[in-house]
Design a protein around this ligand. Structure first.
Ligand SMILES: Cc1cc2nc3c(=O)[nH]c(=O)nc-3n(C[C@H](O)[C@H](O)[C@H](O)COP(=O)(O)OP(=O)(O)OC[C@H]3O[C@@H](n4cnc5c(N)ncnc54)[C@H](O)[C@@H]3O)c2cc1C
Length: 180
C-alpha cells in the first residue's frame, strides 16, 4: 500500500513526489502517457522557482542545461521594465524547455525512491475502511493506498479529480502490509 498516490507525472506531480520522498512517504506516480511528452510548453523558470531548486540542491543540474537571461524583457507586445531591486540571489530567468524540466524532476524523484508507472491512466477512485483503491483500464493503474492515503491529482484542472485526503492527518505512517 502507498501513503500517497499521485496522478500525473507533470512538473507538479514529479516535484511533489520528490518532496514526499524526502519525508520518507511511500509514493507512486501514475501517468497515462507511456513516454514523457516532447511537447514544449513552458520555456523557462523565474526567480522563485529557481530559488526552490537551489533550496533542494538541484540548481546545478538546471544551470547545466539552461541559459540565463536578464529579468524583464518583452511580453505580449509590451516591453517589461527590469525591476530595480529584486529580492533574490537569482536575479535572472533560466531558459530551458519543459521536457527538460520534467526530466530533471523525474530523475530526482526516482533517485529518492519514487515509483513512476507510465501507461497508467487513472479513471476511478474508491475508498473503504481498508484503504483507497485507484483504478484504470490496465493493471498498471490499479493500486491501493493506506486507509489514510492521500490521492493527489497532479493532472491539470481540465481533468479534475476528486482528492481523498487523510482522515487522520500526518504524521505519515508506513503500512506494514504491502499490497501492490
Ligand atoms: C500551450 C501551452 C503553453 C504553455 N506555455 C507556458 C510557458 O511559456 N511558461 C510556463 O511557465 N508555463 C506554460 N504553460 C503551462 C505549463 O505547461 C503548465 O503550468 C505545467 O505543465 C503544469 O504542470 P502540471 O504538472 O500541473 O500539469 P501537466 O504538465 O499537464 O501534467 C499533468 C500530467 O497528468 C497526466 N494525466 C492527466 N490525466 C491523467 C489521468 N487520468 N491518469 C493519469 N495521468 C493523467 C498527463 O498525461 C500529464 O503528463 C503552457 C501550457 C500550455 C498548454
Amino acid at each position: 500500500m502507498y501513503d500517497v498516490i499521485i496522478v500525473g507525472a507533470g512538473p507538479a506531480g514529479l516535484a511533489l513526489a520528490g518532496e514526499l520522498r524526502l519525508h520518507d512517504v511511500d509514493v507512486v506516480v501514475l501517468e497515462r502517457d507511456t513516454e514523457p511528452t516532447k511537447v514544449v510548453r513552458a520555456l523557462g523558470m523565474h526567480a522563485r522557482s529557481i530559488e526552490l531548486m537551489d533550496q533542494r540542491g538541484l540548481l546545478d543540474r538546471f544551470l547545466e542545461v539552461g541559459t540565463k537571461h536578464p529579468v524583464g524583457g518583452f511580453f505580449a507586445g509590451i516591453q517589461k521594465p527590469v525591476p530595480e531591486r529584486l529580492d533574490t540571489a537569482h536575479n535572472f530567468v533560466l531558459s530551458l524547455q519543459q521536457p527538460v524540466i520534467d526530466r530533471l524532476l523525474e530523475e530526482r524523484a526516482v533517485e529518492l525512491g519514487t515509483e513512476i508507472r507510465r501507461g497508467a491512466e487513472v479513471v476511478g477512485l474508491e475508498q473503504d475502511e481498508d484503504g483507497v483503491t485507484v483504478t484504470g483500464p490496465t493493471a498498471r493503474s490499479c493500486v491501493r493506498g493506506t486507509p489514510s492515503a492521500a490521492t493527489v491529482a497532479a493532472a491539470p484542472c481540465g481533468s479534475c479529480w476528486a482528492s481523498t485526503f487523510p482522515a487522520n492527518p500526518p504524521p505519515w505512517t508506513r503500512s506494514s502490509a504491502r499490497w501492490r
